[in-house]
Design a binder for this molecule. Sequence first.
Ligand code: C5P
Length: 235
Amino acid sequence: MPEKVKKLYEGKAKVVYETEEPDKLLLYFKDTTTAFDGVKKAELKGKGSLNNTISSLIFEILHRYGIKTHYIQKLSDNEMLVWKAERFPVEVVVRNFAAGSVVKRLGFKEGQRFKEPLVEFFYKSDELHDPLICESHIELMELAPTETIPLMKETALKVNEILSGFFKEHGITLVDFKLEFGKLPDGSVGIVDEISPDSMRLWDSETGEKLDKDRFRFDLGDLLEGYREILKRIS
Ligand code: C5P
């Protein structure tokens, strides 16, 4: 079993460790939950394990469809082994229904279904509070190689198709989600970071109940109860 060799970086939700193999990293999923640029923060025992388990399950589904990601395997409750990647400071968001920042920014009604999935790019910068950007900014600021822009967009839409169908089968609506990409050791571009209820909006298809991190952001109910319900339905 791969061992942690050196702590490389500690983020809001994860700790990244080097392993004995230079091209593999170990991610430790923390119980810390933050929102609004870290202004709201809590320790929720068991959250790290839920996110690691849900994220691993999703990466395994994506691999079955031939989507490239950094995921190698789930090592323990809170640990995931991944390929080391050169991360692009870009967040790719796909939206099927209006919620969150797009409601505030453009005045859509929450829950309004989009005719086509909407793809948005954000510049990953704590200092600038992750501003919305367009493809020209990615090129101009060299945030990611130009040729990867259409690839990120196509991959995000394909992931949306796969995951929308998957969650629908389990009575859950995939409202929106965020992906990050990076260059993997073999030179290809793949999905990095996590894909969990911290980075997706998931609503109960029948009742509309929010099962994701919005429960924590807006005090809508017990966060872990929502995450456990998601895991119960999809596993
Ligand atoms: O806040 P906004 O509506 O733009 O978020 C869109 C989607 O991206 C949501 O599912 C949210 O959880 C996710 N997101 C994220 N990390 C961010 C910003 C948004 O995972 N820094």
